[in-house]
Design a protein around this ligand. Structure first.
Ligand SMILES: [Fe+2]
Length: 545
């Protein structure tokens, strides 16, 4: 059974995936192909074409299409309140008009309508996590800014069934308050939230700083009238204005409030369903500091977080939901890695390198991991391009910029010379899975770099350039079987330096999507401070260096 999963074009991040007999085969975000960051509010047309072409299929071969959003006409007038009926009706009418407008640009025509399924957005988020977690049962939290009829759910999963226990209406959205304060702090909404999370450890949280959050029920909630008053009273920092203590403290307060609320949600779920497994999805689940707090809860023994937790992941969740419905089978596919996108072979890479031969030297390495490890140990910044591209916003060792994490000045060097971004933005370490205990007390794996843990003070200096100011880091634990080349590279680096870890950041400059093709990797390498490019089995250096 071939199922094409696709995001609704109203989504803020768009993607497509292909599921064959319940197994994920391909998945890619539209931004990697059309080069428009996040590709918000547009159809995942190129992503869909990639998924079909990669398996030599056409739309005629697809049994069902699954979309990660309800049909607008099904949800617009849900959640009307009695206290604010006019405003609610107005919002519902807007949503109906907007939803229908974007439905019209879904990228398939003449496909039989009775084989197209619209799946509730947060059910799709929840499915994208639980159904690929490998857990037979779990509690599930899905939160984002807004997702059709609601902005989040608390649910339980068992086998091929997901039951919703609680819905967060859009006007009581946890993701929305993060978005609004991100904007007030002078960053771009739907994009700058990670910057706010990175800023938070520089400030002091005020436990009562967000007076519209109410804590008197088991699940905390947001008073939307008070929220509006509060937001209206907040000044907006202009982009070039300095970040003052006020801004840092606001970021800290927001982060602390979200973390405490999420902990209460997990505790509520556990009180209703005493499961030791927790699954997270929705845009808010990209918040690795919050995720780390949840992972540390005493009753959470196992945690799975979908690496494409933002809207892109709903393509996968929707496809999995349709597969479960149509077959009544339990989902057996476990997402052990995030490498589902396009790749290039050495022949294609060499053609690309040859095009730029006036600007670079290159050679074919007999041992790419060893040669790259030597460059790393010499303090060079490496562009690392291997295998299939990752899904989700994190580079996980296939489209990464790498550096020696023990050089304290490396964080500033990479921020200034390569990423051209704010000096307080942190990096993350990729660590051999077997060696995680060297740096963390927490023993859970983190294959998707989406959990922040406290580092051990005694070894912190070895990865100091990838540690946050508060002593936490968000590691990627690298498994030998799921990414053997990357694992071998880090092992070779360890043999030279004694350190089983590298600094890893995404292979892009600040406003660019992560590179996808060899040409994009080479262009980015030539135009920023990356010193060595390791691409397939080739090593390239700039002619002027
Ligand atoms: Fe979403």
């Amino acid at each position: 059974m071939n199922i094409l999963g696709i995001t609704h074009p109203i989504s803020w991040n768009n993607a497509a995936c292909l599921l064959i007999d319940g197994e994920l085969v391909s998945m890619v975000e539209e931004e990697r192909l059309n080069r428009i960051k996040h590709s918000p509010r547009m159809p995942a047309k190129l992503a869909m074409e990639y998924c079909l072409n990669n398996s030599n299929l056409s739309l005629n071969d697809i049994d069902y299409i699954a979309i990660g959003f309800d049909k607008a006409s099904n949800v617009a007038f849900k959640n009307l309140g009695v206290d604010n009926i006019l405003s609610d009706l107005n919002q519902a009418a807007n949503w109906l008009i907007e939803g229908k407008k974007y439905e019209k640009i879904l990228p398939f025509e003449n496909y039989p309508a009775d084989r197209v399924f619209f799946i509730n957005h947060h059910l799709a988020h929840a499915a994208s996590s639980f159904f690929v977690s490998g857990f037979q049962e779990a509690n599930i939290i899905s939160l984002d800014g807004s997702g059709g009829s609601e902005s989040g759910i608390l649910a339980t999963g068992k086998d091929s069934q997901i039951d919703i226990l609680h819905r967060f209406p859009n006007k009581e959205s946890w993701g929305l308050i993060y978005e609004l304060i991100t904007e007030k702090l002078g960053f771009r909404r739907h994009s700058g939230e990670g910057k706010v999370m990175g800023l938070a450890p520089y400030g002091k949280p005020d436990p009562n700083g967000l007076p519209f959050v109410k804590w008197d029920k088991p699940i905390p909630y947001i008073d939307s009238k008070l929220r509006k008053e509060y937001m209206d009273s907040l000044p907006t920092r202009l982009k070039n204005e300095p970040l003052l203590d006020f801004h840092k403290n606001l970021a800290a307060t927001l982060q602390d409030t979200l973390e405490r609320a999420a902990i209460r949600m997990a505790e509520y779920l556990y009180s209703v369903n005493a499961s030791n497994n927790l699954c997270l999805a929705g845009g808010s689940a990209l918040n690795c500091s919050m995720n780390g707090k949840l992972a540390n809860l005493p009753f959470v023994k196992n945690i799975f977080i979908q690496p494409a937790s933002h809207d892109s992941g709903t393509a996968l969740g929707a496809a999995l939901m349709v597969y479960a419905k149509k077959t009544n089978k339990n989902l057996n596919f476990v997402m052990k890695h995030a490498y589902w996108g396009p790749e290039s072979n050495d022949d294609q890479i060499e053609v690309a390198l040859e095009k730029y031969s006036a600007k670079l030297n290159y050679y074919k390495s007999q041992n790419i991991t060893l040669d790259t490890a030597v460059e790393l140990s010499n303090g060079k910044i490496i562009g690392w391009f291997q295998g299939r591209s990752e899904i989700g916003p994190r580079a996980l060792g296939n489209r990464s910029i790498l550096a020696n994490p023990s050089i304290a000045s490396m964080k500033d060097k990479v921020n200034n010379q390569v990423k051209h971004r704010e000096p307080w933005r942190p990096f993350a370490p990729s660590i051999l899975e077997e060696e995680k205990g060297r740096y963390f007390k927490e023993q859970k794996n983190s294959p998707f770099m989406i959990l922040a843990f406290d580092t051990l003070p005694e070894t912190r200096d070895e990865i100091i350039a990838a540690v946050h100011i508060d002593g936490t880091a968000r590691p990627q634990t690298v498994n030998k079987l799921t990414n053997p080349i990357y694992w071998n590279l880090i092992r070779e680096f360890q043999k030279i330096s004694g350190i089983p870890a590298v600094l890893n950041t995404s292979f892009n400059v600040d406003s660019q999507p992560i590179v996808n093709t060899p040409e994009e990797a080479i262009e980015t390498f030539l135009n920023c401070g990356i010193e060595v490019l390791s691409i397939g089995n080739f090593i390239a250096k700039k002619l002027d260096e």
